[in-house]
Structure formats: structure tokens, C-alpha cells
Design a binder for this molecule. Structure first.
Ligand code: ZN
Length: 497
């Protein structure tokens, strides 16, 4: 049972909370020297420390601590001058130590915020904490229909991921987003992803799990000030799913509450295929993780002078950069927002840096290429074409060697793996007909075949020349320069515009 979204929002107000895990892109793991390469053969990036052999001791990864502090600074957090790692005790088959080294009441970064823009409004998301921990291994459940443990014949465990540094970013509860709750959640995760990318601390590939999000949602009746019971949808792994999972959870909870039911505090799973969540583990009984300070590690005490240096060296943050580029490219808020939503800003920027005019770069990425990305459900940045190649195509158009139609064919060839733009032009024979003699011959034939249109143009109906230009374009298979052809036609017929 669900309630339609609008009705749900007429009766209830949502409160959000987001916990985001970001796998850091350090070369080695958090507490040992093992490599962190994604996709390596199972259990080849392991050692006595990350497999928790008795007596093996952890040593903290300085680069991971630095990255975490930079993330905290970018999120306007205070940085602890002294904090400790903690043991979080629980059993998981893919966690060899039976405890996770994490942080408890002494996070490295705390009390920050990030502003996101939704529908022209700025929404401030307050950050409660940013802390550092280690990732678990990865279980694969084989033989069942769902890939989950229930119904599986057996499970296998890969410990390559065990011990990879993981940063957890936790928001404070976010009330007041009202009908925009799903969009705000998505905008927040999008902004986080861009901040991580600009800092260069993670590849933030949601599909590979290097950025994953737990989405908390609760509802309260309109006019009430008492927050409802929340559910936590775990490991949502695409931006679109963040938005959909909030929406579907609001609809589900509203229906339960409207019938007089109670929301159970539990974890839930989001299903991409149905766009709905199902119940996972009940959290009605608080877990007792028996946290205590990790005795095998020294406390972390970042020198404030070093933190100040890191802060001064932060790169231009995405929101600042967007404002700058919008001004440079003279775009409306709406156009800029569309580019942001399409994840095209960095691509257009790189294309401009490779020599293309901004308007052209934007035209191709937001037009032809966005369409292709959409059709093939590929992120724009993953299309097999580079900003430099787009810049080359715009150069060929500007020099008159290609028109827009031919340029589209060149892009198609590059996307199909036929080589660079110049190679595609060569192989497919896509040069514009620049040879005056060849063009003239084509025009003569078209004029001979279209006596009616010729007569109209001669008698002053210049608009009829359009049909003749169309004929030339067809006869040349799109390779004529339309403006040049039009001029030649008018010359040949002895009329001027
Ligand atoms: Zn190791």
C-alpha cells in the first residue's frame, strides 16, 4: 500500500537524514600497505593485518587522515585537535577482525554544512560529523534469485576491500524540505560527489560502490513538531535512486500512518527495478557495539598550523566554480542548472580548455552527446569521446570543413570506435564539397530537375530557393555548404536577395 506523493505531502512533512560513505582513493589501505586497486582478482590484495592474523598491528595511513581533514574543511567543519579511533564490535563474515576500526564520540571533523541549490532556492544541509573508518570485505551470495543471502546456496568472500579507508559523512536531521525532499537529497549527494571529485580524494563511482548513501526518512503530521520514527534505506548506489528512494519511502510511510499504523524503525533495501523499498533488519533494539578506544593506535592530533595549510590549499570548490563559469559563459540560471543536472560542466570546461568556443562545446555536450548518453543509459563522462575530440570537431566546423550534419556523423563515428575525428572524416569521406566545379555541377543538375522552383525564384519568390538548396544537400548527401550553395544558386539564376 502506498499513497500518491502529493496526497502524502498534503498530510505529512518529511525529515531527512543522509549518511554517505566515500571510499578514499589512497594507494594503500587504511592500516596496512596492501593495494586498493578496484577489480583485482579476489583475495590478492590482502596481508596479515587486513586479514586480522593474531598479533598483526595496524598503522594509520597518513594520506587518508589528510584526505579526511580536507573533506572536513571543504564541508566547513571544525577539525578535532585530538581524537582517537575506536573499535566497533560486531560480527560480519566479510569483516575478518570481528570489529571495525572506526570513530565513535571523537570524529576527526564535526559541525559543518554544505549549501545546495534546488529549484532556485539555497538549502543549507548541516553536517554533524565526518569520520574515518575502514571498509569491510565483500560477500557474494550465489545461487539465489535475488543475490541476497536468503535462498543462496553458498556465499564467497573477497577481502580485497577489507581495510580500504572509508570516510563517513553524516548530516544532522534535515527538516523543512517539504515537497522538495527527494530533490534535496539528490542535490546533496550530487554536491558531495562533486566536492570529493574536486578534492581528488576519491573516484566517487557510485556504480562501483566508492560512494554510497544511506537515506533516512521520517514523516510527521502537518502542524506537528514531533518527529516520526525513521527508516534507513541502505547503500543506495545512484543519484537517481537517492531521489526515488526518498519519494517511495514517503509514499509508503504516509500510507501506513494514514491507516493508523506505526512505522517500524528498521533498515530497508531499495530496488532499482520496482523503485520501492523492502524491509531489511529491524533496529527496534538499539545495537550495542561496545565501542572503546582502539588500543593498537596512537591518537590523531593534527597540528593546527598544518590544518591551516591544508585549508589554504583547498581547490576552488564546485559551487564557486559554477558561479564563475556561469558568468564566463554568460548563461542563464536555467541553462547552468541543466548543465549541472546533466553532469556536463566539467566536460564543457575541458572542451573549452581544448580550444572550443563555450557555446559550441555546450551545444554538442548538451545536444547530440546528451541524447546519446540518455539512449544508452551511459553517464555523459563515460561516452567514448574526449573533450579534445569535441574541440577538434568544432574547429573543423568553424573552418568550413564540416557542417553540423557532417559533424554529427563524425561524432557518431568516434563514438562507434572508428578513431579520431580526422580519421572518421577520412574513412567515411565526410569532407564538405569545397570543389567549386563539383558543387556547380550538382547545382546545375538540381536546377534542371526543378523547373518550377527555378521559375518562382526568377520571378522574385526568393523563398523558393530553399527547395533548391534542399535538393543540392540531398544530391551531395549533406556534404555541401548550404550557405555557399544558396549563393551560387542565386548567382546562377541572376537574382539577389
Ligand atoms: Zn593488508
Amino acid at each position: 500500500m502506498t499513497m500518491v506523493y502529493d496526497e502524502a505531502l498534503d498530510r505529512f512533512e518529511p525529515v531527512l537524514g543522509l549518511e554517505t560513505h566515500v571510499e578514499l582513493g589512497t594507494r594503500s589501505k587504511m592500516f596496512c600497505g596492501c593495494k586498493t586497486t578496484f577489480g583485482a582478482p579476489p583475495n590478492t590484495q590482502v596481508c596479515p593485518t587486513c586479514l586480522a592474523f593474531p598479533g598483526a598491528l595496524p598503522v594509520a595511513n597518513a594520506a587518508a587522515i589528510e584526505s579526511t581533514i580536507r573533506i572536513g574543511l571543504a564541508l566547513n567543519c571544525s577539525i578535532a585537535e585530538w581524537c582517537r579511533m575506536a573499535r566497533k564490535n560486531y560480527f560480519y563474515p566479510d569483516m575478518p577482525k570481528n570489529y571495525q576500526i572506526s570513530q565513535y564520540d571523537e570524529p576527526l571533523c564535526f559541525d559543518g554544512y554544505v549549501d545546495v541549490e534546488v529549484g532556485g532556492e539555497v538549502v543549507r544541509i548541516e553536517i554533524e560529523r565526518v569520520h574515518l573508518e575502514e571498509d569491510t570485505g565483500k560477500s557474494t551470495h550465489v545461487g539465489g534469485a535475488t543475490g541476497r543471502i536468503h535462498g543462496a546456496d553458498y556465499s564467497i568472500v573477497d577481502y580485497n576491500r577489507a581495510g580500504i579507508p572509508l570516510v563517513e559523512i553524516v548530516t544532522k536531521p534535515i527538516p523543512g524540505t517539504d515537497r522538495l525532499a527527494p530533490e534535496v537529497a539528490k542535490a546533496y549527494v550530487t554536491e558531495l560527489r562533486e566536492i570529493m571529485r574536486s578534492l581528488g580524494v576519491s573516484d566517487v563511482r557510485m556504480e562501483e560502490g566508492s560512494l554510497r548513501c544511506d537515506v533516512n526518512v521520517s514523516l510527521m503530521p502537518r502542524g506537528s513538531s514531533e518527529w516520526g520514527t525513521r527508516t534507513e534505506t541502505k547503500n543506495v548506489n545512484s543519484l537517481r535512486s537517492v531521489e526515488r528512494s526518498v519519494r517511495s519511502e514517503i509514499e509508503r510511510q504516509a500510507a501506513v500512518l494514514a491507516e493508523g499504523g506505526k512505522i517500524v524503525q528498521e533498515t530497508r533495501h531499495f530496488h532499482e527495478d520496482t523503485g520501492t523499498t523492502t524491509s531489511g533488519r529491524s533496529k527496534e533494539e538499539a545495537q550495542d557495539y561496545r565501542y572503546f578506544p582502539e588500543p593498537d593506535l596512537v591518537p590523531i592530533a593534527p597540528d593546527p598550523a598544518w590544518v591551516a595549510e591544508l585549508k589554504a590549499a583547498l581547490p576552488e570548490l564546485p559551487s564557486v566554480k559554477r558561479k564563475r563559469l556561469q558568468a564566463e559563459w554568460a548563461l542563464s540560471d536555467l541553462d547552468m542548472q541543466a548543465m549541472h543536472n546533466a553532469d556536463a560542466i566539467d566536460l564543457v570546461e575541458a572542451t573549452v580548455a581544448a580550444g572550443a568556443p563555450a557555446a559550441d562545446a555546450r551545444k554538442w555536450w548538451m545536444g547530440e552527446l546528451a541524447r546519446r548518453a540518455n539512449e544508452t543509459a551511459t553517464p555523459l563522462a563515460d561516452l567514448p569521446i574526449t573533450p579534445a575530440q569535441i574541440a577538434r570537431v568544432t574547429e573543423l566546423v568553424a573552418s568550413g570543413a564540416l557542417n553540423d550534419k557532417l559533424a554529427r556523423e563524425v561524432l557518431e563515428g568516434v563514438l562507434a570506435g572508428e578513431g579520431t575525428p580526422d580519421e572518421v572524416v577520412e574513412r567515411r569521406g565526410l569532407q564538405i564539397v569545397n570543389d567549386e566545379g563539383e558543387l556547380s555541377a550538382i547545382i546545375d543538375q538540381v536546377l534542371a530537375d526543378n523547373a518550377d522552383a527555378v521559375e518562382k525564384v526568377r520571378s522574385g519568390k526568393i523563398a523558393a530557393a530553399g527547395a533548391l538548396v534542399g535538393g543540392v544537400m540531398r544530391a551531395s548527401k549533406g556534404k555541401a555548404d548550404a550557405a555557399r550553395a544558396r549563393q551560387l544558386i542565386l548567382d546562377k539564376l541572376g537574382v539577389s536577395e
